[in-house]
Design a protein around this ligand. Structure first.
Ligand SMILES: Nc1ncnc2c1ncn2[C@@H]1O[C@H](COP(=O)(O)OP(=O)(O)O)[C@@H](O)[C@H]1O
Ligand SMILES: [Mg+2]
Length: 395
């Protein structure tokens, strides 16, 4: 395929990391699979039957912006771990390009790769990967030791990140003396110690109890706020993805199904697979007012209270229901539209609309009989509607 010629010049890209047409195929003569369209098109089972190959990652393209939390989500076996390992070439990609800070990672030699892995990337694993015979502080400073930093420097830096992740006082414990949550805090501290540009997480909290897991998610949100690192975060858990991700890439059988913000996945699922995935999510906690705003009707009074388009439906519910006028949705002095009780109730009452696909369809297609006016004629003419913001990460 000649698609490579069409990629933008990496020097001009604003992405920190750019993944372009990436494939990882396991099996005999793997390299022919991406090259030959008649093989590349086959679904996973047929490809395996015909060639003995598994396409763990198929033709993925996405950019990660500096400072972004980029979540990769998918069921077990969808290729998440393979993808994240390809990013630092711990797994060697079969085809495609990896551009990091303008550098072609696939052209890097072993020495350069080792340097990059030590200084630019850090990985946090599901099973912690701590060294059992080393104290917490020595686990945390291990990477700095490998990098040849002096003992006082190591110690100072290790203590800094131990304090940062809330482990102060546990410096001299051994991993087995700590709970799972605490062990993963050590994993986090170790990843932060070498001050990487990108933190890679491969389902780091999957082994933890739900309560501890939520605590750790909050911890990651806090750390991100404090240290502002770019993160690529793998999970199979939608609520975790929604809580952490600026954008979410949903994978299925190695391929991308949808890439967007959490409210885009919930508000405008790309297909039935995504719709099924997001079905049980409380929509009012994810959707913002821009998803349910509608043009004012003739004769409607426009002197109600004002809210911004990024307010969550959940947060607006009380105000809208208590107001006897429609609430105006206003951005930068411009009226985007209005919201009344019906729009709110369609989201709050109907946790899983079956046919919701588009901005206005979300309320129009929800089956609520109160929406008599329907959605015809109210197409997405609203400036700043989610469709137009689809490619820009939230920040
Ligand atoms: N080293 C390997 N050799 C052959 N197949 C592999 C290898 N690693 C992963 N796979 C296959 O690739 C697919 C994706 O695996 P993985 O990336 O681990 O998915 P996930 O992390 O989403 O659970 C699976 O079908 C898995 O069996
Ligand atoms: Mg995995």
């Amino acid at each position: 395929m000649t698609a490579q010629l069409e990629y933008p010049d990496p020097q001009e890209s604003e992405a920190l990391l750019s993944v372009q047409g990436l494939w990882k195929v396991f099996g005999p003569k793997a390299a022919r699979v991406p090259r030959r369209p008649e093989l590349a098109e086959l679904n996973r089972a047929t490809l395996y039957d015909r060639t003995g190959c598994t396409a763990a990652v198929r033709d993925l393209s996405f950019d990660v912006a500096p400072g972004e939390v980029f979540v990769v989500m998918g069921l077990s076996g969808s290729g998440k771990s393979t993808l994240v390992r390809c990013l630092t070439r711990l797994v060697e990609p079969t085809a495609g390009r990896l551009i990091f800070e303008g550098e072609d990672l696939r052209a890097a030699d072993e020495k350069r790769l080792r340097t990059l892995r030590r200084s630019k990337f850090s990985m946090v694993f599901q099973h912690f990967g701590l060294l059992p015979h080393r104290k917490v502080i020595d686990n945390v400073s291990y990477g700095l030791e490998v990098r040849g930093e002096s003992k006082p420097d190591r110690k100072r830096r290790a203590q800094e990140v131990i304090d940062l992740v809330g482990l102060s006082g546990n410096e001299n414990m051994y991993p087995e003396q700590l709970s799972g949550g605490m062990q993963q805090r050590v994993g986090l501290a170790r990843a932060l110690a070498n001050d990487p540009d990108v933190l890679l997480f491969d389902e780091p909290f999957s082994a933890l109890d739900p309560l501890i897991r939520r605590e750790m998610q909050t911890e990651v949100v806090r750390l991100h706020r404090e240290v502002g690192k770019t993160m690529v975060f793998i999970t199979h858990d939608l609520s975790e993805a929604l809580k952490l991700g600026d954008r979410i890439l949903l994978m299925r059988d190695g391929a991308a199904v949808q890439l967007g913000t959490g409210d885009e996945l919930v508000g405008a699922p790309a297909d039935d697979y995504v719709r099924e995935f997001v079905r049980d999510i409380p929509r009012a906690d994810v959707l913002t007012l821009r998803w349910i705003v509608r043009p004012p009707r003739d004769g409607e009074q426009l002197d109600g209270p004002e809210l911004g388009p990024d307010v969550l439906v959940r947060e607006a519910t009380r105000l809208v229901l208590e107001s006897d006028r429609p609430v105006k949705v206003v951005a930068e002095g411009q009226l985007l539209g209005v919201i009344g009780d019906e729009e709110i109730l369609a989201v709050v009452a109907d946790a899983a609309p079956s046919g919701a696909t588009t901005l206005y369809g979300a309320s129009g297609a929800s089956g609520s009989a109160t929406l008599a006016s329907g959605s015809s004629g109210s197409g997405p003419a609203v400036p700043g509607a989610p469709g137009s913001a689809a490619s820009s990460p939230r920040s």
